[in-house]
Design a protein around this ligand. Structure first.
Ligand code: MG
Length: 270
């Protein structure tokens, strides 16, 4: 089986310092956590930005500072910039971080609900972001909140806006979207193109179980405070502890951990 890529999503748009003191929000805090997680075995960093008040933003200066700190520290973790719907409204605003030429960017290929807002990605916006990434040779990671998003991505590939093999991340357990169940995970898995590369990002108490299921199926795993403020019932998570747990499970399962140098090969880019 292929080596396991662990993606660390340390911040997201939702967790606040009130919810958990462990969430990194400034570029310095985010870079520090990413470096620590890289040292434990995370190969990819899924990066969000917050402004000086801790509010989600697409302003590229915050992304730029996080990336600069990683480079300054010589940390080779693969950079993936979020273009998520909670960071900004227009396509141009959401594409701002892509100007920094990360290796990867997130791309939602459809709309769904978040717990208290809409994950709004209309067809024109999806095409705009896909085309921007294509032109800049940025690998889109397709964020799948619903099976329709897989089929939309396949259509975009046929239209030449996405290059194969497609890279997917299944997001399960968001209130208002697909519940985190083995059946839903397997349904998404069975809906993939045969050459797809995929991971799961599970929100809520099923996150360990379904991560293990994905690992057994040959998928990859995303963890982090973006997805889970809690490590286990009543116990706040740290980003490092979440990575360490997946590393130890992978070892028990006999699955090698991928390092940043393995990622381009596994994602099928060069
Ligand atoms: Mg995100």
């Amino acid at each position: 089986m292929e080596k396991l890529i662990i993606t660390i999503a340390p911040t997201g748009n939702v967790p606040t310092k009130t919810m958990t003191p462990h969430v990194p929000v400034t570029p310095a805090e985010i870079a520090r956590d990413l470096i620590a997680c890289y040292e434990k075995g995370a190969a990819v960093a899924h990066i969000h930005a917050r402004d000086d008040e801790g509010v989600p933003t697409c302003d590229s200066k915050y992304f730029a500072e996080t990336l600069r700190l990683l480079d300054e520290a010589g940390c080779p973790i693969i950079k993936q910039i979020s273009t998520g719907a909670r960071g900004g409204k227009s396509g141009a605003a959401r594409a701002e971080g892509l100007e920094l030429n990360p290796l990867s960017g997130s791309l939602s290929t459809g709309s769904s609900n978040f717990p208290a807002s809409i994950n709004a990605n209309d067809p024109q916006l999806v095409e705009y972001l896909a085309e921007t990434m294509l032109k800049k040779n940025i690998k889109p990671e397709i964020e799948v909140f619903d099976v329709a998003m897989i089929h939309n991505a396949i259509r975009l590939q046929k239209e030449g806006l996405l290059k194969g093999p497609l890279l997917f991340n299944f997001v399960l357990g968001v209130k208002g979207s697909l519940p985190a169940t083995p059946k839903n995970l397997f349904f998404l898995y069975e809906s993939l193109p045969t050459d797809a590369v995929w991971s799961v990002s599970v929100i809520g108490p099923q996150h360990v179980n379904l991560s293990v299921m994905a690992m057994a199926l040959g998928g990859h795993v995303r963890v982090g405070i973006e997805d889970n403020v809690y490590y286990s019932k009543g116990v706040l998570a740290t980003n490092v502890a979440l990575v360490e747990r997946i590393v130890s499970i992978a070892k028990a399962m006999g699955r090698e951990i991928a390092w940043p140098e393995d990622v381009e090969r596994i994602w099928g880019i060069n």
